[in-house]
Design a protein. Structure first.
Lengths: 392, 221
């Protein structure tokens, strides 16, 4: 094996990630070599058993293989040590200060390699140069802008809505979002308090269990959900009910809404303790693991599509009524309790084949436009992707 | 565990079941856009009968005479027993089969294998398989298992599964197969099973389904 230069701490994170991936590849090749060697030894033993004349040759082969295997094991040990030092096997480098938002590739207990815990649009590009990354980021943002703000193409619409649409100063920071300290931000007088919003949503939608977490608490809970699901036990873990929470609402960063048997939704608040929703994601109630967070994505198609639509809804609520964005968002989320039971308001069926996606989906688009008088807002209609009109 | 429905194929009156039907059913599945084949699957069922220790004494009446043992394709390390008369289900490690063989208190009388192809279609998984009588590999029936991955609640997934069943039936009818798929209806409450889907539910479904398959195959012979 050719000597590999060590990744010093002075190396840029993309190089470290690239080297880590390289080492993982080498480790995999070494393991394959070892397996082959073991096969050859077994074969040699079998041959010498059946054919005593060849036993001397077999013995020679076995000794040769043994040498090779020993070397492979030593190499593997070295590579393993390098990987361990660079934090690949333990995920210890999750929150390094200058990691550029990159994480070291993580080897999970079942052997899968998670290369990039980063934004899905730029997946696969972590090893590219900064110029490439900037170019890709620009492309991703323009695509997203076209998707989420199609009205921005239209100048006339822009001008007429100038007074009411304000883009909030903190747009979701996709590139450099990392866990921040939770500043003690007091909610302003005009905005309702987080506790009040949650209580009113709880009374409005009794079928949904709402819990709040600090950021680290949620990471632990997400991990624990993975192991609970693997038990396939009949009972789901008891959800934290609203009244049992600690009173430190000024550190809440994650709101979890669970409708039993239907969904688990995560809403993150930024900054922590405020009432400004930052990201939202829908998951199946039987999903668990570290990918369960407000910027994560479900493995199921139905929830993937609802999450994408929820992104648009969130942007809309933030831009049209920033003070009440969280209440609107939470109400809108709660209306999804009937995700698997409410027929499409256009074609009156529950499941419909989406031709372009080649998937059978229930109605995953629930219009989020607010009426001018916004009390008694009820997000009661639902449409299949193909049935919903463009500007909803 | 995610929700599953189990259906079996009921051939039209007067027709016999052949492997051709299995191929046709798979063709219907493959005709939906976006379906991808996902390998093969295999489950096995054993019908046990009690072997009385002492032949002269009558068998105690509270012990079940018949027992069904099932090994499911998605749980290779487990073995489930269903006692239909007592409505009981037991979930055990797969090594219990060796124990049964050694104990000889129940002997396997006949064996049925389910094997076939598996498909993935978005959030659904379809498994179409032949129901084969073990010693002579005679085709007794065709079953289809439908799994909806996002949900584990029977209640919440009821409508989705119903609509899927309708879509499937329409597709089968339009391709003019000589029969139709009938869903296995089970009252899970009688077996003490709840709303959250478990392997025990699957075991009960298979137990009921096989009874219907055997009945319909006997009728048509």
């Amino acid at each position: 094996m050719e000597p590999q230069q060590q990744a010093g701490s002075g190396d840029a994170p993309p190089k470290q990630v690239a080297q880590a991936m390289d080492r993982l590849g080498r480790a995999a090749r070494l393991i394959a070599e070892i397996r082959l060697g073991a096969d050859r030894i077994l074969e040699a033993l079998l041959v010498s058993n059946e054919n005593p004349r060849l036993s001397e040759k077999a013995a020679e082969l076995t000794l040769g293989e043994e040498d090779a295997m020993r070397r492979h094991f030593l190499d593997l040990r070295t590579v393993g040590k390098q990987l361990e030092d660079s934090g690949v096997l333990s995920g210890a480098l999750r929150s390094r200060g200058n990691s550029w938002g990159l994480h070291m590739p993580l080897v999970c207990p079942d052997g899968a390699v998670v290369a990039y815990a980063w934004k899905r649009q730029l997946a696969g590009q972590a090893g590219a140069s900064a110029v490439d990354r900037a170019r890709l980021a620009l492309k991703a943002f323009s695509d997203q802008k076209r998707r989420i703000f199609p009205q921005l193409e239209d100048d006339q619409l822009n001008r007429s809505n100038n007074d009411t649409i304000k883009f909030p100063p903190t747009k979701r920071p996709r590139l450099s979002h990392r866990p921040t300290q939770s500043p003690n931000i007091d909610s302003t007088e005009q905005k309702p308090m987080l506790a009040d919003i949650l209580k009113s949503i709880q009374t409005e939608a009794p079928g949904v269990t709402i819990s709040t977490y600090q950021r680290l608490e949620w990471s632990k809970r997400a991990e624990s959900l993975a192991s609970t699901m693997n038990d396939s036990s009949l009972e789901q873990p008891k959800e934290q009910i609203l009244s049992n929470l600690s009173a430190s609402f000024n550190e809440v960063a994650v709101i979890e809404l669970v409708a039993s048997g239907v969904f688990r939704v995560l809403v993150s608040l930024h900054p922590a303790g405020s009432t400004d929703p930052d990201a939202v994601a829908f998951f199946s109630p039987n999903e668990g693991g570290s990918y369960l967070h407000s910027r994560g994505m479900s493995v199921h198609h139905v929830f993937k599509h609802v999450t994408e639509y929820a992104d648009k809804a969130l942007q809309y609520f933030q831009s049209s009524d920033p003070n009440k964005a969280l209440s609107h968002l939470l109400s809108w989320i709660c209306s999804h309790q009937s995700l698997f039971t409410k027929n499409c308001s256009k074609c009156s069926k529950l499941l419909a084949m989406d031709k372009s996606l080649a998937l059978l989906l229930p109605p995953v688009h629930r219009p989020y436009l607010l009426n001018s008088k916004d009390h008694d807002q009820d997000f009661a209609t639902a449409y299949h992707i193909g049935c919903s009109s463009y500007d909803v | 565990m995610t929700v599953k429905w189990l259906m079996h194929f009921q051939p039209n009156q007067g027709t016999t079941l052949t492997s051709q039907v299995m191929a046709e059913a798979c063709a219907v599945a493959e005709s939906f856009p976006g379906v991808s084949r996902d390998g093969r699957w295999r489950s096995a069922m054993t019908f046990y009968r009690a072997v009385p220790r002492d032949q002269s004494l009558p068998a105690p009446s509270d012990l079940p005479r018949d027992l069904i043992g099932i090994s499911l394709h998605d749980l290779p390390n487990e073995y489930l027993f269903v006692m239909r008369s007592q409505r009981l289900i037991l979930r055990a490690h797969s090594s219990v089969q060796t124990v049964m063989d050694k104990l000889q208190s129940y002997k396997g009388r006949f064996f049925i294998n389910f094997e076939g192809l598996q498909y993935k279609w978005g959030d659904f998984k379809l498994r179409i398989g032949k129901c084969l009588y073990n010693p002579n590999e005679a085709l007794r029936g065709i079953v289809m298992e439908v799994e909806y991955l996002p949900l584990s609640s029977m209640d919440k997934s009821q409508r989705v599964m119903e609509e899927f069943y309708e879509i499937w039936r329409e597709a089968v009818a339009s391709k003019l197969l000589a029969g139709q798929f009938i869903n296995t209806e089970v009252n899970f409450v009688e077996y003490g099973l709840g709303d959250s889907y478990t392997p025990q539910h699957t075991a009960v479904l298979y137990g009921m389904c096989v009874v219907q398959v055997i009945a319909s195959s006997n009728k048509n012979q």
